[in-house]
Design a protein around this ligand. Structure first.
Ligand code: HEC
Length: 176
């Protein structure tokens, strides 16, 4: 028994050696570390407005999302607020505009994710937010103005930690 424990302690102290792979370079880490937080501090330089966004949309998004952009409606969902009747809020499942930028930047166009320049992402995000009635047509988005955009359902997200356990139904149904 004593011997077995001794062996375990030695193995733990050394840690496993797999002998494959290499340590990622700073550039490789940077290329993957693209998450954008609500305050948008990680946003790259660049800018774009609704008009440029409409052009990007026509070239790179329309084929899948349709000529009128209905496919980019950000969950125009029915939200049950307390015991009152559910109300329709555009963009209701997205608490932060930076999340829309982040999603488009990483995932769209789905055939070539990550291929858009920051300017294109700012522009097409502006267009999508305009289609969702969140911003005016004249709004230009950049690293400063995007985090200032308030999503319509922002205040209905719970800011508190929810005591939720795997398998339990979530209090408000499906939310990210
Ligand atoms: C090849 C088809 C295709 C192209 C091109 C494409 N998308 Fe998408 N897009 C999808 C699919 C499929 C989904 C749903 C993905 C999911 O829910 O995981 C989606 C989801 C989205 C959503 C989220 C919608 C929601 O309901 O939450 C946005 C916003 C979006 N796309 C924007 C864009 C933009 C902007 C472009 C152009 C730069 C683009 N997409 C190009 C297929 C595409």
């Amino acid at each position: 028994m004593t011997i077995v424990l001794g062996v375990c302690a030695t193995a733990l102290a050394q840690g496993p050696t797999y002998r494959f792979g290499t340590a990622p370079s700073q550039d490789e880490i940077k290329a993957r570390d693209t998450a954008i937080s609500p305050a948008g501090r990680e946003l790259p330089p660049g800018r774009g407005g609704v008009k440029e966004g409409a052009t990007v949309y026509a070239q790179k998004c329309l084929a899948c999302h349709g000529p009128d952009g209905t496919g980019t409606k950000l969950h125009r969902g029915l939200i049950p607020l307390g015991n009152s009747k559910p109300v329709k809020i555009p963009g209701s499942l997205v608490p932060y505009a930076t999340t829309v930028w982040d999603f488009i930047n990483r995932a769209m166009p789905s055939t070539k994710p990550g291929s858009l320049t920051p300017d294109e992402v700012y522009a097409v995000t502006a267009y999508v937010l305009f289609l969702n009635d969140v911003i005016e047509e004249s709004t230009v988005l950049d690293a400063k103005t995007l985090p200032e955009v308030k999503m319509p359902n922002r205040d209905n997200f719970l800011a508190v930690e929810i005591d939720w356990k795997p398998g339990q139904r979530r209090p408000l149904g499906n939310y990210p």
